[in-house]
Design a protein around this ligand. Structure first.
Ligand code: PL3
Ligand code: FE2
Ligand code: FE2
Length: 251
C-alpha cells in the first residue's frame, strides 16, 4: 500500500517535470506534420537546394585544389564528405516520398556559382575560399542547426552527422585565411561585399518554404551570424572590421 502510493507520487512528479520541461523548451514541441502536401511541396525545393548545395560544395573543393595543389589530399577529403552529405539528404527526400526540384535549386545557386567560377578562372583563391568555405558553409550550418530542431527523426539523425562535418569545412577556410591574412585582407573584404548580399537574398528566397518546415527566418539569420562572426574573429579581424563586413548584408 505504502509502496503503491510512492510509485503514483513518482509518476505524478515525473509527468509534472515533463510538462515543465516542455513549457520552457518549446523547441521540442510542435513538430510539423511531415505527410501533408504543403510540407512535401516546400520540402521538394528545400531538399533540392541542399542536394545541389552539397554537389556544388564538392565541385568547389575539387576546384580549389587546383589553386593549392599541395592541399589536394585534404581538399579531396572535404569533397568526399560533401558527396556523402548529398547522399544523406537524397535519402531524406526519398524517405518522405518527395521528388527534389533540381531546376529550382540550380537557379537558386546560379549567381553565387557564377561568382565562384569567375574567381576560379582568375585564380582568386581568397574569393573562392570566402564563397565556399565561409559563406556557403556558414549558411549550411545555420540551416542545418535550425532544421535539426524540427526535422523528422530520420532526417534529424542524418543532419546531425552532416553539421559536424560542416564545422570542419568552415574551419578549413578559417585557418587558411588566418595564416594568409596579411596578404588577403583586401580581397576578402571586397569579395565579402559582393557575395554576402547574395547569401542574404538566398535566405530571403528560402524563408517562406523554410517556415512551412517550421524553420524560423530570424533563427536562421541568427545562426548564420553566429557562425560567420565567430569565423571572422578567429581569422583575426577586429570588431570594427567584422561589423563593417556584416553590414554588407543590410546595404
Ligand atoms: C555545404 O557543405 C553545403 C551547402 C548547402 C547549402 C544549404 C543551404 C540550405 C538552405 C535551406 C535550409 C533548409 C535545411 C533543411 C535540410 C533538408
Ligand atoms: Fe556538406
Ligand atoms: Fe561543407
Amino acid at each position: 500500500m505504502h509502496n503503491e502510493l510512492k510509485i503514483t507520487d513518482m509518476q505524478t512528479l515525473e509527468s509534472n517535470k515533463k510538462n515543465i520541461e516542455e513549457s520552457i523548451n518549446p523547441i521540442s514541441l510542435d513538430l510539423p506534420d511531415f505527410t501533408t502536401d504543403s510540407y512535401k511541396d516546400a520540402y521538394s525545393r528545400i531538399n533540392a537546394i541542399v542536394i545541389e548545395g552539397e554537389q556544388e560544395a564538392h565541385d568547389n573543393y575539387i576546384s580549389i585544389a587546383t589553386l593549392i595543389p599541395n592541399e589536394l589530399e585534404e581538399l579531396t577529403k572535404l569533397a568526399r564528405m560533401e558527396m556523402k552529405h548529398k547522399k544523406g539528404f537524397t535519402a531524406c527526400g526519398r524517405n518522405l516520398g518527395v521528388v527534389a526540384d533540381m531546376d529550382f535549386a540550380k537557379k537558386f545557386f546560379s549567381k553565387l556559382h557564377g561568382n565562384f567560377q569567375v574567381a576560379l578562372e582568375k585564380g582568386n583563391l581568397t574569393t573562392c575560399l570566402l564563397i565556399q568555405a565561409i559563406l556557403i558553409e556558414a549558411f549550411a550550418i545555420s540551416a542545418y542547426n535550425v532544421y535539426i530542431r524540427v526535422a523528422d527523426p530520420f532526417a534529424k539523425k542524418i543532419t546531425e552527422g552532416v553539421v559536424k562535418d560542416e564545422y570542419l569545412h568552415l574551419n578549413y577556410g578559417q585557418e587558411w585565411l588566418k595564416e594568409n591574412l596579411s596578404t588577403c585582407k583586401e580581397e576578402l573584404m571586397e569579395a565579402n561585399k559582393v557575395n554576402l548580399p547574395l547569401i542574404k537574398k538566398m535566405l530571403d528566397e528560402v524563408a517562406d518554404d523554410a517556415s512551412v518546415l517550421a524553420m524560423d527566418r530570424e533563427e536562421l539569420m541568427e545562426e548564420f551570424m553566429i557562425a560567420y562572426q565567430d569565423t571572422l574573429m578567429e581569422i583575426g579581424l577586429d570588431n570594427r572590421e567584422i561589423a563593417r563586413m556584416a553590414m554588407a548584408a543590410i546595404v
